[in-house]
Design a protein around this ligand. Structure first.
Ligand code: SF4
Length: 374
């Protein structure tokens, strides 16, 4: 494949063929990282388990949110063996509020696999690491480089932005050409020693200095190497993503009471929040209150098998999930007839005092808090 096919014309790849330039860039970035690295709990050890947990938590989630979760999670499950031995419900309860619960289920499944297949030792072989549930190319590279100093490149939101700017790459970084170019550049820039620190330094630079909007180029240690800053193209590189189109959706959540207990339903494997528990929840179509009552009673019957007498509105919660902007109308209800559907998904009658031990999705927990004050 020719160089022009490998790299689009609008990327300045001169840096990648200039060994002395790359050396200077590495030195500048590592010196900056040594001085400016934030003191984060997962940086205090090179234990691959702790690096792994932090990397999984940091996917789609801000550092400030992750810190508390990381500390609680690793205190409760300090080793791969302790995580593998836990019940999935407890793992989900520790993850509650962090979102993207598939990450927690896969982390748990991978811990069990490591115990079964690798005697509880985190594998060193990249292929074995990538064979674990929930570990893709980025996460494998991050764990192996940070924990073992293996020269494995990484590419995630921050490094994509920094490297795109260092190459003045104006194409789509998520496209095939962009991904090939950026992965190659991430590998070419890696030093032979301190690969883990270098990867973390690139991420730190992207998070703290080379930000999406108004990067602080005047404070940037690699500015002498950056064509984007020289050309004033920071607002155009990386190429802006297409705007997400949001969709408004209305749903009902019904808190059904029977003899002092409340009904919780476990989300099935194909549902959003699989494995977590929720109050019976379903889409609402009608807008006027009168027809809405009939629709809700019907929705509860279909979902649970119970006939209910609807009570007062408890609260309305507005929240966003992926591209959906959801208005959740929460009502109380009393079960008056019928039997719980058995088989497809679990449903439990739970006393209010025991709600705390069930892993709930965020809105489920908000409803519990609302019940406590109503
Ligand atoms: Fe980013 Fe500016 Fe540094 Fe270039 S000089 S890498 S645009 S912060």
């Amino acid at each position: 494949m020719s160089a022009s096919m490998q790299f689009p014309q609008h990327a300045d790849v001169g840096l990648l063929s200039d060994s002395a330039g790359k050396q200077r860039l590495r030195r500048r970035l590592l010196t900056w990282f040594d001085r400016h690295a934030r003191d984060l709990p997962w940086r205090r050890s090179r234990d691959p388990y702790r690096v792994w947990v932090s990397e999984v938590m940091l996917q789609q989630t801000q550092v400030a949110t992750v810190i508390g979760y990381f500390e609680r999670f690793t205190e409760r499950f300090p080793t791969i063996e302790s995580l593998a031995a836990a019940e999935e419900q407890e793992v989900l309860r520790m993850w509650e509020g962090l979102g993207y619960y598939r990450r927690a289920r896969q982390l748990h499944a991978a811990a069990r696999r490591i115990v079964d297949e690798h005697h509880g030792q985190f594998p060193r072989d990249p292929a074995a690491v990538r064979a674990l549930p929930g570990i893709g190319r980025y996460t494998a590279g991050a764990i192996l480089s940070i924990a073992f100093d293996d020269a494995q490149p990484i590419l995630e939101a921050n490094t994509i932005r920094v490297i795109s700017r260092l190459l003045a790459f104006r194409g789509d970084p998520a496209g095939t050409v962009g991904q090939r170019l950026l992965w190659k550049a991430a590998g070419d820039l890696l030093p032979r020693r301190r690969a883990g620190d270098f990867n973390q330094a690139l991420m730190e630079l992207g998070s703290e200095v080379c930000t999406p909007v108004m990067p602080r180029c005047e404070e940037c240690p690699v500015r002498p190497h950056c064509p984007t800053s020289r050309l004033g193209l920071q607002a155009l590189i990386p190429a802006p993503k297409k705007k997400t189109r949001y969709e408004a959706v209305t749903q009902a959540a019904v808190v059904i009471e029977r003899r002092g207990k409340l009904l919780l339903r476990q989300c099935g494997p194909d549902e959003r929040w699989a494995g977590l528990w929720d109050f019976p929840r379903f889409p609402l179509q009608t807008l006027d209150d009168k027809s809405r009552c009939a629709e809700m009673a019907d929705g509860v019957l279909k979902l649970t098998g119970l006939a209910v007498q609807l009570g007062p509105r408890l609260t309305t919660i507005k929240h966003g999930v992926t591209r959906f902007r959801i208005t959740l109308e929460c009502f109380r209800a009393s079960a008056v007839a019928g039997r719980l559907r058995r088989g497809e998904v679990a449903m439990h009658w739970v006393s209010p005092a025991d709600l705390d031990s069930y892993p709930l999705n965020v809105t489920g927990r908000k409803i519990v808090q609302c019940l406590a004050v109503n």
